[in-house]
Design a protein around this ligand. Structure first.
Ligand code: ADP
Length: 320
């Protein structure tokens, strides 16, 4: 039985084998499993948390590769769906010389966008304690209605709802629509994790103290802003504060945020802390955020998102 139910996109990232080149110049690509909510589910499984993932992939070799990757990490993939008409979503990405990402998505439409409300498994959701989702399945129908239905089921069953908007502007019809939709969906969440870039996009400022306050005003019980290598800033009704990040040998920051979320939820499930998010004091939140920072930091020490996500033992050794 899963403690956390993750819903969202799973897709293949094709990462250029050569870095410092554009997609036009790249000689070839390595396939890697991706999609933020899927990465979070693998992160949780590695940390020893029972977790299920729901998302739609194509009835094709890439869809089966994703399902197999998640399942072999320990994720319950029984809520996953396979699309016979649309293919698994793909993205191609290369880090150019200037350190910027050159990328392109193949989703015209892809299977993840076609998850429909009748494919949502309410029973599997009701059995969990925390429901984790992102904004990408909210962009188009029918995955939007499917996400909202799953959220309804989760809320009705008394699950804690955790949201990492995970802004991907190129996937939205317009900037304004992205901002509006994310702002409207934020009040659905008890736990919100955002990055500084997302704070700036949503509220016009990277100020984490102010931003987390705004998130609490919108209904969050815990709001956390991640600050890259600097760590994070948290807030609930009782306390707020910055928690310093760890210095590590960073190779690739892909998946740091997803690892952070997995660490955060793992920390909150300990001692059933998720049941009293409003009452957690500074010491409890410091400990949880330190753990999340450690998972995020370790996730940057290896290439790729999923291969870099640490196990509970690795985090324990790192913290010791
Ligand atoms: P995202 O990946 O969503 O953009 P961040 O870059 O803020 O999010 O990273 C999430 C978390 O991962 C940070 O809060 C921090 O704990 C950890 N982290 C990210 N980059 C580094 C780094 N270079 N060194 C150490 N920790 C890092």
């Amino acid at each position: 039985m899963a403690d956390v139910f993750c819903l969202g996109e799973a897709l293949i990232d094709f990462v250029s084998m050569e870095s410092g080149v554009s997609l036009i110049e790249s000689p070839g690509f390595l396939k890697a499993a991706g999609g933020a909510p899927a990465n979070v589910s693998v992160g949780l499984a590695r940390l020893g948390v029972p977790v299920a993932f729901m998302g739609k992939v194509g009835e094709d070799p890439f869809g089966h590769y994703l399902e197999r990757t998640f399942r072999s990490a320990g994720v319950d993939t029984s809520p996953m769906r396979f699309d016979r008409e649309a293919r698994t979503g793909l993205s191609f990405v290369s880090l150019t010389g200037s350190g910027e990402r050159d990328f392109i998505f193949f989703r015209n439409p892809s299977a993840d966008m076609r998850l429909s409300p009748d494919e949502v498994d309410p029973e599997a959701i009701r059995r969990a304690k925390i429901f984790q989702f992102g904004s990408i399945t909210l962009i188009t129908e029918p995955s939007r209605s499917a996400t909202l239905k799953a959220l309804d089921v989760a809320k009705e069953a008394g699950l804690i709802v955790s949201y990492d908007p995970n802004l991907r502007l190129p996937l939205w019809p317009s900037e304004e629509q992205a901002r509006q939709e994310i702002l409207v969906s934020l009040p659905l969440a008890d736990i919100v994790k955002v990055s500084e870039v997302e704070l700036e996009f949503l509220f016009g400022s990277q100020d984490a103290e102010k931003g987390t306050e705004q998130l609490l005003d919108m209904g969050a019980k815990i709001a956390v802003a991640t600050l890259g290598e600097a760590g994070c800033f948290y807030r609930n009704k009782q306390a707020s504060g910055a928690v310093k990040g760890f210095e590590v040998n960073t190779v690739d920051t892909t998946g740091a945020g997803d690892g952070f979320v997995a660490g955060l939820l793992t920390g909150l499930l300990r001692g059933e802390a998720h049941r009293h998010l409003d009452d957690l004091d500074a010491s409890a939140l410091d400990t949880t955020c330190r753990y999340a920072n450690a998972v995020g930091a370790l996730a940057t020490t290896r290439k790729g998102a999923i291969p870099a996500l640490p196990t509970a033992d690795e985090v324990a050794r790192f913290l010791a």
